[in-house]
Design a protein around this ligand. Structure first.
Ligand SMILES: [Zn+2]
Ligand SMILES: [Zn+2]
Length: 328
């Protein structure tokens, strides 16, 4: 099968590989589409450690079941299924036993420890695959699996479930353009900070109450802020705009250093925190929220051979909404 293999930083090659076979409890998906996440870009640039090389990246995998392993009973041949970043959790560690499998000590992530979705086929244990509707465009489902799910976890960590609140979003890509619509549907006021008129225009078209460049002060103090751009200084910029008791959440796996800041910014129970990975429940909850509303996922589609060009556009901040790689 055709696969994109990462051999090391900036060394991504299109190669032929043997098609995977399902082990006990596993399924093999014929990949229909795979979302391209900023984490894929961090991997390709070598900005996060690469524990397994070579590796097929890609962790927003939409496919249909092509083969079912012994003992696997959750899916039938041709069922639509999705695979997110969390590819395996141990189930027995302290984090898993307290509903925090996203922090599992033995977690394995798709496209980092396990072969990912930038390939014709993908193998996964059925317990870590998610049922998806087969009547939807598979390209529009892919960005929900990480961009959507991470954004939704950040939304909960930011304490926005009780509304209405005022929230700032820094960076406006796959996650933020989905979360903006969810937050608006739940009655919150949303301010978007992003570079470029095009991204600000999309934010306003999707319902943002205000959009401006990073560095500009929001029109009102914030209950919470979520930073999707890998820029540590934005966490402190947001902190300055928080009300008492407000929270700043970093939603990315990689961020450059946070500048030092005076303690008075953190005083009055303001919080700086991060979101790491997602649980299966996060993904299931986001899928339910998305199907219950008219979530408008903006996508740029890339042919399978165009992965390097897609990553380049992502690096330049040029992708409008989410980038999705089509099956070969
Ligand atoms: Zn991701
Ligand atoms: Zn565990």
């Amino acid at each position: 099968m055709k696969s994109w293999l990462l051999h090391g930083p900036r060394d991504l090659r299109l190669e032929e590989r043997p098609r995977p076979e399902p082990g006990p409890g596993e399924i093999v998906l014929r990949v229909l589409s795979c979302g391209i996440c900023r984490t894929d870009l961090h991997e390709v640039l070598g900005e996060i450690p690469l524990p397994v090389l070579p590796i097929v990246p890609g962790h927003q995998i939409v496919g249909e079941v092509a083969e079912v392993g012994r003992g696997a009973a959750r899916f039938r041949i041709n069922d639509r299924a999705g695979v997110p970043w969390l590819h395996h959790a141990c189930g027995g560690c302290g984090h898993c036993r307290t509903g925090r499998e996203n922090l599992c000590d033995g977690a394995r992530f798709a496209g980092l420890h396990a072969e990912g979705g930038f390939a014709e086929f993908h193998r996964v244990h059925e317990a870590f695959a998610h049922p998806l509707p087969s009547d939807r465009d598979p390209v529009l489902l892919a960005p929900l699996l990480c961009g959507g799910a991470i954004g939704y976890r950040a939304y909960r960590i930011a304490g926005l479930t009780e509304g209405p609140r005022t929230v700032g979003l820094w960076g406006f890509g796959s996650s933020a353009h989905q979360l903006l619509q969810i937050a608006k549907a739940k009655g919150h006021t949303v301010f978007v900070f992003t570079r470029g008129d095009r991204h600000r225009g999309l934010a306003l078209a999707l319902g943002a109450d205000w959009a401006g460049p990073p560095g500009e002060a929001p029109p009102a103090p914030l209950d919470a802020g979520i930073v999707f751009a890998p820029v540590g200084a934005l966490m402190i910029e947001g902190l300055k705009a928080l009300k008492k008791g407000g929270r700043m959440v970093s939603a990315g796996i990689h961020m450059d250093d946070l500048p030092t800041f005076p303690y008075r910014l953190l005083w009055e129970e303001r919080t700086l925190t991060s979101v790491a990975n997602v649980t299966r429940q996060d993904v299931a909850d986001l899928l339910a929220v998305a199907s219950g509303m008219d979530l408008n996922v903006e996508v740029e589609r890339f042919a399978f051979e165009e992965l390097p060009r897609a990553l380049e556009r992502l690096e330049m901040g040029e992708v409008r909404g989410s980038a999705v790689l089509l099956a070969p």
